[in-house]
Design a protein around this ligand. Sequence first.
Ligand code: AHM
Ligand code: MG
Length: 344
Amino acid sequence: MPNKNLMNVESHILEMQRLHPSASGDFTSLLGDIAFAAKIIAREVTRAGLVDILGSTGASNVQGETVQKLDDYANAVMLKVVGRRGQVCLMASEELADPVRVDIREGSGKYVVVFDPLDGSSNIDANVSIGTIFSIYRRRSRLAAIGDADLLQPGRDLVAAGYVVYGSSTMFVNTTGHGVHGYTLDPGIGEFLLSHENIKIPFAAGIYSVNEGNEPRWSPAVREIVRRLKYGRQESGGMSARYIGSLVADFHRDLLYGGVFLYPPTDRAPEGKLRLLYEAAPLALIAEHAGGYASDGRGPILDLVPREVHQRTPLYVGSRETVMWIEKMLGDPTFGDPAFGAGD
Ligand code: AHM
Ligand code: MG
C-alpha cells in the first residue's frame, strides 16, 4: 500500500510549495540539486576505502586546516551541481577563500547558497559519520551588483537550510520554514524518501555534547556549566555525554534524542571554532524550527549579522530549555566565579 514513505524530497517540497501558488519552481529545483549532489557525495563516501580518496591532499584551506581529498571532492560536486539551472547567482564554501559568482545564463539567479561540503573531515579516514551543511538565502541586490550584502545576511533571513548526514544510512534533513523533515536515502532506488516528518526536539536535554579535552582552556563559567550538566541541576539527574566530533552527526543525534551541543570559546580561540555562516546559522534554523534554540552565549545565533564569510562563533544548540539556561548562566557575571560561590 503506497504511503508517505514514497514521497521523495522534491515531491514533498513541491507539496509544501503549494502554499505559495506564485512560486516559480526554482526553489524546489534548487533543493533537488542539493539532494542530487548529496547522493553523489554519499556514493563516494561509501566507497572511500576502495578508491584512492582517503587521506589529505597535502594542502591547507583558508582556515589553515588540512584539506582531505574527500573535502575537495565534495566541494567540487556542490559547485558543479548546485544551481546549474540558473537558480543561484553566488556561492560560498567553507573550503574556498572567496565566494564564487555563478554564470546564470537564462536563470533568475534568485538565490545565494552557502555550504560546508564535508563537515567533520578529521573523522573521514576512520569511517565515522560526517556531513554536508547548506544554507539558502534570497539574493538582495540587483544581479549586476551582487556581493557582500547578499552573503552577509543573518540566519533569520534564511529561506531554507539543512544538512546531510553520511552515517549508517544517509539522511537529508531540512527546513523551508514549514517544519523540519528528514529523508533517508534508499540505495535501491537512489532516492531520499520522507522518513522523519515534522521532527521536534525534546524540550530539555538528556545528552550533552562537548569536547571536554578543551576544559583547561574554557572560562570558569563554561566549566561550571558543563559540571552542572554532568552532575545534575536541581533535583534532575545528570546527563549522558556523547561526542563524535562531527557537528552534523552530534547535532542530528541531539535533535532526535534531546541534547545540547556546545562549542564554547577557548583561550586559544576566543570566537570559538565553528563558522557562523557555514555551520552555526543553518543548524540554528533547523533547531528553532524543531522547537529548540541556538545561542552564541549572549543571544540567538539567528540574529547575528555576519561581518565576514568565514567568521567564527561560539555555539550552544539543541533542546530549548537547556540552551536558554546556558545563555542565562553565561549572562550572569558572577556565575562560575569562586569569589561569589559557584553562582546559580
Ligand atoms: P571541519 O569543518 O573542518 O570538519 O571542522 C568542524 C568540526 C565539527 O564537525 C566538529 O563539531 C568540530 O569540528 C570538532 O572540533 P574538535 O575536534 O575541536 O572537537
Ligand atoms: Mg565544518
